[in-house]
Unconditional design. Structure first.
Length: 389
């Protein structure tokens, strides 16, 4: 066992310059959700040069891809290493997905070299549009993960933890429809859509103090009228509700709907609530697979931080409802640098960012190796998956 882990470590180190090149290419060519054509072509070509056959446009998403070791028929169990490569508008790789892609390629190429003709249980899935597009949710719904037994990736962060809760999330638009009128000559003839949205926002705010600790509601007003002299006949806002279970997430949406209904009734407006797809599910964590990753964090010499309980949402939540998944976070910055910032983007090429990339590749390869080679671990992972709702 120790021998294999040392070998994984050495293989990843030998790929270091190539992996930095992958990360830097993505950094220099940022593409937002569903537009990652350069990235998916580039990553596919690197994989093809390293003994993989690549299928593009899987699950009906043009910028997705699916790579398996060339000449190795698929065997079970199969472990999927996930690759994100989309960037943010304006700030490019401020979420560090360039490091995710490079580390996942590093892990897959390393395992391919070590397992040789026995690499049939290894696949790498290129999952586009994590930022707002829910690529993993769409791929899972399309059945891309049907013949797989576990999936894993890492995400850069300011802490080192093998996993963290993630909230389910529904994004939606609220619109109110009223009637225009001159605000001074004939206010009695108008129906004020801005007032309706204002009342709805106020009711949502009042409700917010009654949320459970795992609930979140936040929103903005995107349309509030055209001129103070015209009673607005249209208003609109964008909102998120989040909850740690699908049930609570959906309950919160219904509460918000009631707030909107009440505001519509009070003002005489009509209202419409439109949900944006995909709706994100909470992360179904797998303690046994996280523990396997944690042992490899120790193997690589990484000190494990306490979980501060902060939670966001990601499309891996949806995937985690289909098969056991882990999404460990590994530090490339200190707590003073926020994710989704230019500082975080800069950290992806810092010496700490580079080191984390290599460590992540090692730990992913080690954990995938453990999963493929330990029936005992697989049994525990499977038990967790069926036990945890
Ligand atoms: Zn991200």
């Amino acid at each position: 066992m120790k021998k294999i882990k040392d070998q994984i470590g050495r293989e990843v180190e030998s790929l270091a310059d190539d992996l930095f090149t992958v990360s830097d290419f993505l950094l220099a060519n940022p593409e937002t959700a569903f537009q990652e054509f350069k990235a998916s072509n580039y990553l596919s070509s690197v994989l093809e040069k390293n003994g993989f056959e690549v299928e593009k446009n899987v699950g009906n998403i043009e910028t997705s891809f699916f790579a398996r070791p060339a000449g190795c028929p698929q065997t079970r169990p199969t472990v999927a290493i996930l690759t994100e490569y989309d960037a943010l508008p304006e700030i490019g790789h401020g979420c560090g997905h360039n490091l995710i892609a490079a580390a996942s390629l590093g892990a897959a190429i390393t395992l391919r070299r070590i397992l040789r003709e026995k690499a049939g249980g290894l696949v790498l899935v290129g999952t586009p549009a994590e930022e707002g597009g829910g690529g993993k949710a769409l791929l899972a719904e399309a059945g891309v993960f049907e013949k797989m037994d576990a999936a894993m990736m890492f995400h850069p962060s300011s802490t080192n933890i093998p996993g963290q809760g993630m909230l389910g999330r529904t994004k939606f638009k609220v619109e109110f429809f009223g009637r225009t009128a001159h605000a001074s000559f004939a206010p009695d003839q108008g129906i004020n859509a801005l007032d309706a949205l204002n009342l709805a926002y106020g009711s949502i705010n009042a409700f917010r103090q009654h949320l459970r600790p795992d609930g979140r509601i936040h929103g903005i007003i995107t349309h509030g009228g055209e001129s103070p002299s015209i009673i607005p006949d249209y208003s609109a806002g964008l909102f998120y509700v989040r909850g740690a279970s699908r049930k609570y997430r959906d309950e919160l949406l219904e509460k918000v709907r009631k707030c909107c209904e009440g505001a519509a009734l009070a003002t005489g407006c009509q209202f419409k609530l439109e949900i944006f797809q995909p709706v994100l599910d909470p992360m179904k964590r797998n303690p046994s697979l996280e523990a396997a990753f944690m042992r490899n964090m120790q193997e690589v010499g990484i000190e494990i931080d306490a979980d501060d309980g902060r939670q966001g949402s990601s499309d891996i939540g949806n995937l985690s409802q289909y098969l056991p998944c882990i999404h460990p976070w590994l530090a490339i910055v200190g707590p003073e640098t926020a994710i989704h910032s230019t500082g975080f983007r800069a950290a992806t090429t810092s010496s700490r960012g580079r080191k984390t990339l290599l460590n992540a590749a090692k730990m992913l390869a080690m954990t995938a190796w453990d999963f493929l080679n330990s029936p005992e671990l697989r049994k525990r992972v499977k038990e967790d998956f069926s036990r945890i709702g």
